[in-house]
Design a protein around this ligand. Sequence first.
Ligand SMILES: Nc1ncnc2c1ncn2[C@@H]1O[C@H](COP(=O)(O)OP(=O)(O)O)[C@@H](O)[C@H]1O
Ligand SMILES: N[C@@H](CCC(=O)OP(=O)(O)O)C(=O)O
Length: 375
Amino acid sequence: MSPRASLTQTRRWVVKVGSSLLTAKGRGLDREAIADWAAQIAALVARGHQVVMVSSGAVAEGRARLGLSKRPELLHELQAVAAVGQMGLVQAWEAAFQAHGLRTAQVLLTHDDVSHRARYLNARATLRTLVEWRVVPVVNENDTVATDEIRLGDNDTLGALVSNLIEAETLVILTDQDGLYTADPRQSADARLLSEADLSDPALTAMAGEGRGDLGRGGMRTKLLAAQWAARSGAATVIAHGRTERVLERIAAGESVGSLLRPVRGPMAARKRWIAGQLQVRGRLFVDEGAARVLREQGRSLLPVGVLSVEGGFERGDLVQCLDLQGQEVARGLVNYAAADAAQIVGTPSSALFERLGFLGEPEMIHRDNLVVVD
Ligand SMILES: Nc1ncnc2c1ncn2[C@@H]1O[C@H](COP(=O)(O)OP(=O)(O)O)[C@@H](O)[C@H]1O
Ligand SMILES: N[C@@H](CCC(=O)OP(=O)(O)O)C(=O)O
């Protein structure tokens, strides 16, 4: 079956709509467009799809409601603007879905919520329950509380995270371009639209620029990273223009609309996905050549004997990176020892750990169940 045709078989979808589309040029929400997407999603739900919306637009709508001609620079003002706009956003989606007899639910997340395992599992269970009930969750970042430390920063990444949470098979990112071009079409007149690509293709990164519209945050770069992130749970991503007629229904019918970014590898185990999705790296372990090889090629645990040095003030259970002699990241994972203990046992065979530490810890620096190899 062709990759486009296989989209016709998918059931769980995440649909992300960017600020650039949702707001009629900064003049508030485009309710007509919202009604149109809601009608398409209602048609999908009627055919048995489960759909989660990830909707941007809180800041843009807040600006319109408060009559601010430009985006505030102070964080607390921006957060206040988002709080005002979020009201309008959920009202608009609720009204649009109600017209089709569908219920909606507001879900506001930050990265901090999903970096704690228990809260991650809660968010996952809640979203899954909602879609089982045929409710359409409308997700946004919780901008009012999110600081740089705990925020995802853009809703493309949030779309990917939600795809992982519900194990969506399709992530659709609707934006103000027809898809991923060979270069930013705002900059290059001869940029060509890619109809399909493998996510492992290294050329994609050079194509996807950080350039974006006045209202958007990430440009194409974050959309590509989001597609790679969503692929960890096996999702294919379609990036398409939100104003294309019946865009969602046509994607669901296997038509060649937008850019289809295919996952190449099979899905990662759920726990490893959660580890790979962590943003706060607390330290670094430099590993020797032999350790780098067994991590990369055999997915083995990292033993203290293969570690050359440690950096950072991490605690037991924190996320650390493992780097090879060239400084390339090999893997990342949850470390079994706090930095001071880890420094004591670098280069030590597992049989001599007790002697070194004066207590009996785990034989591994990072157990393979808590380790994710980086491509
Ligand atoms: N290779 C590319 N193909 C398409 N668009 C690109 C590319 N590189 C950068 N862009 C820019 O990304 C923008 C979309 O991102 P953004 O403004 O963040 O939208 P959204 O609000 O939908 O997230 C486009 O308008 C375009 O200028
Ligand atoms: N959470 C923000 C959106 C941030 C964002 O990523 O916007 P976009 O790049 O347009 O998807 C808001 O609702 O305004």
